[in-house]
Write a protein that binds this ligand. Structure first.
Ligand code: NAD
Length: 473
């Protein structure tokens, strides 16, 4: 847990929950049950490094809520991992899943390591040992608890988790559903890798298309031409930036842990990424201005700021210097409660993490369903749809005597592939969630901000689910 007087991420989440709960009518007992973490598993295990050194590692898995099972949440590899952080992230997962109608309880895991300090061989040993610890205590399984990638982990680690789980459950037919975010060749779903960034883009696009909200922040409607700054060029940040650029936004600033770069005319995301691959740094990207501190990017002049690295990066110390009109919380918990208190009165629109970055868990849900059904999305209907569309096109040409261009024909005839279906499900989910939260916010003028509206939405859904189970009257 966080030491006294230290920033507590979990307390921050509880504070937001309490602020929202006054706008609900649930009994205090129900609210307390929703708030608590149901199970906290803290573990220590040793690994032998390639140089022969033995190190003992600290790791966690927290299941915040069992109101729906399995529990679901990513696994983080970071030196900053601690029990308080994992509890907070698990709680956010419960609320996030409720908002986007994904039928899971919230969970989160973490290992206190910096992946950059370990070789791939050592990381594999650590991931497999962590999985074995989860299996020992029945903390993983397609119907129990399903991890996914988070900060510092990706497809590779998910494949190691799956392989370890399958080795220990050789007869379990649904074993592939024990983890999501896997490579497609290992039971993953097409579209998962970019899902969180794409969800951030869909959510913010919907916001930018709402005239009342744009009037509030004094910006024109639409994404095109908006000036965007992104902190963190990992999975979430890179894909968020890429989708914004493709939609005509101008990416003016990008930050990584080594520093930040700025170009008023716009940075090409793909080229910045390639530059970093080549030089090991985003700094000195041709045509851009260097900033020594990564945090400088947060204070850059832009319309939309997307923090996509870690929590508590905008806090009581720097919030007063933020110039963005919209902050899209792609990371979990990037703003502290003090930052909210400073930025909300200034009219900055804070689009909260607990729904904005829900694209990952939404597509993880699709992957889990794919694993349980043992069939690729689109496999049964793709050819049927194409044959039917071809027939309609032929009939149209015959009846009208006109020819439809090849480009149009190809577009009309195309039957949905897996990635088409996944993206369409994601867009629908993010758009519907945005409208639901904004609707709650606008119908109750006393609700002060969008984060509180999102919590009200989540609390009502989790509490209703308890009530429907008959646990509470
Ligand atoms: P990642 O490890 O792929 O990327 C994070 C990036 O941030 C890395 O490139 C890292 O170098 C960079 N970074 C670290 N410290 C920084 C700093 N001070 N300034 C600038 N950059 C810094 O992680 P990710 O999966 O993209 O996760 C990022 C955030 O998004 C986390 O808060 C995570 O919980 C959240 N999130 C991730 C997913 C997902 O599907 N991966 C889903 C929901 C939420």
């Amino acid at each position: 847990m966080a030491a006294k007087n230290q920033y507590s991420f979990f307390k921050n989440v509880e504070k937001s929950f309490d602020k929202a709960s006054v706008f609900t009518t649930w009994d205090n007992g129900i609210l307390q049950q929703i708030k608590q973490c149901n199970s906290v598993y803290q573990m220590r295990f040793p690994i032998k490094r390639e140089n022969g050194e033995i190190v003992t590692l600290e790791a966690y898995r927290v299941q915040h809520s069992h109101h729906k099972t399995p529990c679901k949440g990513g696994i983080r590899f970071s030196n900053a991992v601690n029990q308080d952080e994992v509890m907070a992230l698990a709680a956010l997962m419960t609320y996030k899943c409720a908002i986007v109608n994904v039928p899971f309880g919230g969970a989160k895991g973490g290992i206190k390591i910096s992946p950059r300090d370990y070789t791939p061989y050592e990381l594999e040993k650590i991931t497999r040992r962590y999985t074995a610890e989860l299996i020992k205590k029945n903390f993983i399984g397609p119907g129990i608890d399903v991890p996914a990638p988070d900060y510092g982990t990706g497809e590779r680690e998910m494949a190691w988790i799956l392989d370890t789980y399958v080795a220990m459950h050789p007869a379990e037919i649904d074993a592939a559903g024990c983890v999501t975010g896997k490579p497609v060749t290992q039971g993953g779903v097409r579209g998962r890798k970019e899902a969180t960034g794409l969800g951030v883009f869909y959510g913010l696009t919907e916001i930018c298309n709402m005239p009342t909200l744009m009037e509030k922040v004094g910006l024109p409607i639409g994404v095109k031409g908006k000036r965007v700054c992104v902190q963190g060029m990992g999975n979430v940040g890179y894909h968020s930036a890429l989708f914004f650029q493709q939609a005509g936004a101008i990416i003016v600033g990008i930050a990584e842990y080594e520093g930040a770069i700025y170009n008023d005319e716009g940075l090409d995301v793909e080229r910045v990424w390639l530059h970093r691959q080549k030089t090991k740094s985003i700094l000195d990207f041709p045509g851009s201005k260097n900033f020594e501190k990564s945090s400088d990017a947060l204070e850059m002049d832009c319309d939309i700021l997307i923090p996509a690295a870690l929590e508590n990066v905008i806090n009581g110390e720097n919030a007063g210097r933020i110039r963005a009109k919209i902050i899209g919380e792609a990371a979990n918990g990037p703003l502290s409660a003090e930052a909210d208190d400073i930025l909300n009165p200034k009219g900055v629109l804070i689009v909260p993490d607990m729904y904005l970055n829900a694209g990952g868990v939404t597509v993880s849900y699709f992957e889990w369903l794919k694993n349980l059904s043992h069939v690729r999305y689109g496999r049964l209907e793709k050819r049927f749809t194409e044959n039917m569309n071809l027939h309609i096109v032929n009939q149209l040409e015959e009846l009208t005597g006109k020819t439809i261009s090849t480009v149009e024909k190809d577009f009309i005839m195309h039957g949905a592939d897996e990635v088409d279906l996944v993206r369409s499900g994601l867009e629908e989910t993010m758009t519907a969630a945005t409208r639901e939260i904004v609707d709650i916010w606008q119908k109750t003028p006393a609700i002060p901000d969008m984060r509180t509206a999102a919590y009200v939405c989540a609390i009502n859904k989790v509490a209703t689910s308890y009530a429907e189970l008959g646990i509470f009257p």
